[in-house]
Design a protein around this ligand. Structure first.
Ligand code: BTN
Length: 257
């Protein structure tokens, strides 16, 4: 039971955006929506063009991980053509994660924290994630939300996962979630240009990492306390060796229990 059937028509009815999702392709089963969005971008699609699928059979997560994407989830990718320097690209993940966290709150009434930089967490379990794949010409912003995934589906994904349905005991309207998310992406993405510091402050408020002990892996493993998120989106961690600046994409972190 997936709660609602995704359709471009139903999403468009409640879409309140100027640009994001105005070109919208909704599919049944695809390999990965990021791949389809790349094809659109390569063919010249404008910023905001979006791809949504009911199911992905080759969904990708960060660090080459598989992203299990059965029907009932929201699997969405959008074309971004950011006017940012390469150093600022980590901010894309941050803006998308903030948009997704707010959308979950709006549609499911759940507080979704963000585990820097891109994990969406409800009650310490992962409910979604962000994968930004960048080329010199454009970036693809991919967002996955375990929306209407049943308890048994969630168990297949793993102990550390959850879904909106598992948390609220009801399905959510996927079309409304998609329209809300596209509006959120448009708003937070624009704030990168016009209102970046306030956007980052809101992100920090939703962070479930700041002030906590974390374990950093991806290079040498080290432990520390997450002290801040700077204006480039990097995480500042106090370790025994001093302050470390972690850039999005370079490392993974685990929050100590
Ligand atoms: C992560 O937490 O590791 C990131 C997960 C990102 C999953 C989304 S689902 C839509 C888009 N298409 C993909 O293949 N991946 C992203």
């Amino acid at each position: 039971m997936v709660g609602s059937v995704l359709s471009a028509e139903s999403i468009s009815v409640s879409l309140r955006t100027e640009q994001f999702g105005r070109v919208l392709h909704v599919y049944g089963t695809v390999s990965s929506t990021n791949d389809l969005a790349k094809q659109l971008a390569d063919a010249g699609a404008a910023e905001g063009a979006a791809v949504i699928a009911e199911e992905q059979i080759a969904g990708r997560g960060r660090a080459g991980r598989v992203w299990i994407s059965p029907p009932g989830g929201l699997w969405l990718s959008t074309v971004l053509r950011p006017a940012l320097t390469v150093d600022e690209w980590p901010l894309l993940s941050i803006a998308l994660a903030l948009a997704a966290s707010i959308s979950i709150e709006t549609v499911a009434g759940l507080q979704a924290g963000v585990k820097w930089p891109n994990d969406l967490m409800v009650r310490n379990r992962k409910v979604g994630g962000i994968l930004v794949e960048a080329t010199p010409a454009y970036a693809i912003g991919g967002i996955g939300i375990n929306a209407n995934l049943t308890d048994s589906r969630i168990r297949e994904i793993g102990e550390s996962a959850t879904s909106l349905q598992a948390e609220i005991g009801n399905t959510v309207d996927l079309n409304r979630l998609a329209a809300t998310l596209l509006a959120g992406i448009e708003e937070q993405y624009r704030r990168l240009g016009s209102d970046r510091n306030a956007m980052l402050s809101e992100f920090r408020e939703r962070s479930m990492v700041l002030g906590r002990r974390i374990r950093i892996s991806g290079g040498a493993v080290s432990d520390g306390v997450a002290e801040g998120i700077d204006e480039s989106g990097a995480l500042i961690v106090r370790t025994e060796a001093g302050l470390q600046v972690l850039r999005v994409g370079e490392v993974s972190i685990r929050v100590a229990d």
